[in-house]
Design a protein. Structure first.
Length: 203
């Protein structure tokens, strides 16, 4: 069902509507809102997080709570903001109590996020955190090994584009000493994006 519904959506609006009509993910029944996306659908840089938390569930927008505020500061540090990136999650509804989504839940949502990426058609993908990175990249490595290493991801039916796994801002709030790794990765993102003429190279 997910594959059929997602594959049929000709636009982001249609995809959001088909998610709103989709009953195949049981998280929907405990969540208050569908959390689809934020930012600029025309952006060339797309960030994919894990799943909505409490604040996101209440507002229906990704990354609006504490982790989201840190994400905004991280983006600002390389002169990005939500007018210049597009943000979504691999999971569209809040898992109860913010538990980690199960592999089944991730699998069920996958056709939708893959279609969402295809419709945005970004030039760079950023996977925020291990759940996101591991849902797109095969292999046994965890986020602490994957982070900061550029890889590639092939948009279904589309181009192969550079992708960068990074530490999740919620993890950085719990482990502030790891912010130095995040800073390195942000600089790497900025450098690559400047080289691709996606952002100004001035700062
Ligand atoms: N964490 C995420 O991964 N996504 C959100 O939208 C909020 C917090």
């Amino acid at each position: 069902r997910a594959r059929e519904d997602a594959g049929r959506a000709p636009s982001l609006e249609a995809l959001q509507q088909s998610l709103a009509n989709f009953d195949g993910c049981r998280l929907k029944f405990t969540a208050k809102n569908l959390v689809f996306a934020d930012g600029n659908p025309q952006a060339k840089i797309m960030l994919v997080g894990e799943a909505p938390g409490r604040d996101e569930d209440l507002e229906g927008r990704p990354f609006v709570g504490k982790a989201g505020q840190l994400l905004d500061r991280m983006l600002a540090s390389i002169e990005l903001d939500r007018t210049k990136v597009y943000i979504a999650n691999v999971i569209y509804w809040r898992p109860p109590g913010n538990r980690t989504p199960t592999p089944m839940e991730t699998e069920i949502c996958r056709p939708f996020i893959e279609r969402q990426i295809a419709l945005v058609d970004p030039d760079i993908l950023v996977f925020l955190g291990g759940v996101s990175a591991k849902s797109f990249l095969a292999g046994p490595d965890g986020i602490l090994r994957l982070r900061g290493k550029w890889t590639e991801w092939t948009i279904p039916g589309g181009r192969t584009i550079p992708a960068l796994p990074m530490l999740h801002p919620a993890y950085l709030l719990r482990q502030p000493a790891q912010k130095k790794l995040a800073w390195r990765d942000l600089l790497s993102l900025k450098k690559r994006a400047s080289e691709m003429n996606l952002i100004g190279s001035s700062a």
